[in-house]
Design a protein around this ligand. Structure first.
Ligand SMILES: O=C(O)CCC(=O)C(=O)O
Ligand SMILES: [Fe+2]
Length: 296
């Protein structure tokens, strides 16, 4: 690994009280600044102009309604026609409407892939695509390399979580506001991680059941609103969930490169059927990372 590779942060709070975390808002941020101030130190940041050239910056619910009449979309409440989906997420009746969640853009709206171009420098190089010898790993990493869409009405994201595979996330808001609720990795001991998973047992961070989760009272969230046209960099290992006050449309790019490749290898290893057998393959993956870090 390069000398810049960072080990995963230890999940041990250094004090008994949460430190206050601030999240910068930057524009005109050079890649070097991003790398040294945010990517390698693993500090979240909102970038206000990363995707200004994307056609996706003009996406609205009406755009989808007009472009895809009759198209069936898969939501967490089943399949529905695009116009019915748009109606139910724009007319709130108090209950969370359907959620078109974490769906690869290439699969659901293949004709919109060129709307999320050019790829911002902040998410390059990205090692998630490619061939990694073992079919199941290659498929998993390639699936993760797809840009995902989240489209919904007023609601909270269904879980407080860290992202899969130790990736960083680059979340771009296209329509509506989104409040990010963020906890640094060292607060994990207070977040009630479900054993063997990347999810917290606490679903609604604004109304936690403190009789069941008393330590959650020690955790301190940083909240920041991401507005249409802005992108949030969420580093690997940071706990997060989101809350949207109205209709919201966003895309997520997952990122892995020398800044977090060791996390990905460790994540795969600890989730493999046989971590001991996996260790040979892990050596191969680390070597691939080493070579990629030299050439990219
Ligand atoms: O965009 C959102 O609301 C949250 C996305 C997210 O955290 C995820 O897809 O893992
Ligand atoms: Fe996430």
């Amino acid at each position: 690994m390069t000398s810049e590779s960072m080990p995963a942060l230890k999940a041990t709070p250094t004090t008994d009280t949460a430190k206050t975390v601030t999240i910068d808002r930057r524009n005109n941020l050079s890649y070097e600044e991003f790398k040294h101030e945010y990517l390698f130190p693993r500090k979240p940041v909102i970038i206000t102009d990363a995707t200004a050239a994307w056609k996706a910056s003009t996406w609205t619910p009406q755009f989808f309604r007009d472009r895809y009449p009759g198209k069936l979309v898969t939501t967490d409440q089943g399949e529905m026609r695009m116009e019915d989906f748009i109606d139910s997420i724009t007319n709130h009746n108090g209950t969370p409407g359907p959620f078109l969640r974490e769906q690869p853009l290439k699969d659901v709206f293949p004709d919109l892939v060129d709307h999320v171009q050019p790829t911002p420098s902040y998410v390059k190089p990205n090692w998630l695509g490619g061939n990694y010898l073992v079919g199941s790993v290659t498929r998993r990493l390639n699936r993760e390399s797809q840009i995902e869409v989240n489209f919904c009405g007023r609601r909270i994201f269904p879980y407080l979580h860290i992202d899969d595979l130790g990736v960083h996330a680059f979340i771009t808001q296209h329509y509506g506001d989104k409040e990010l609720v963020v906890y640094p990795p060292d607060q994990e001991p207070w977040l009630y991680r479900k054993p063997g998973s990347r999810f917290s047992e606490v679903v609604d961070v604004d109304h936690p059941d403190l009789s069941k989760y008393p330590l959650f009272a020690k955790a301190s969230a940083t909240r920041v609103v991401v507005k249409a046209g802005e992108s949030a960099f969420m580093p690997a290992g940071w706990w997060h969930t989101t809350r949207v006050p109205g209709t919201s449309l966003s895309t997520v790019i997952s990122l892995s490169n020398s800044s977090n490749w060791p996390d990905l290898v460790n994540y795969l290893q600890s989730n493999s059927y046989s971590p001991r057998l996996f260790s040979v393959y892990a050596m191969y993956l680390r070597s691939v990372g080493f070579i990629k870090s030299r050439i990219s």
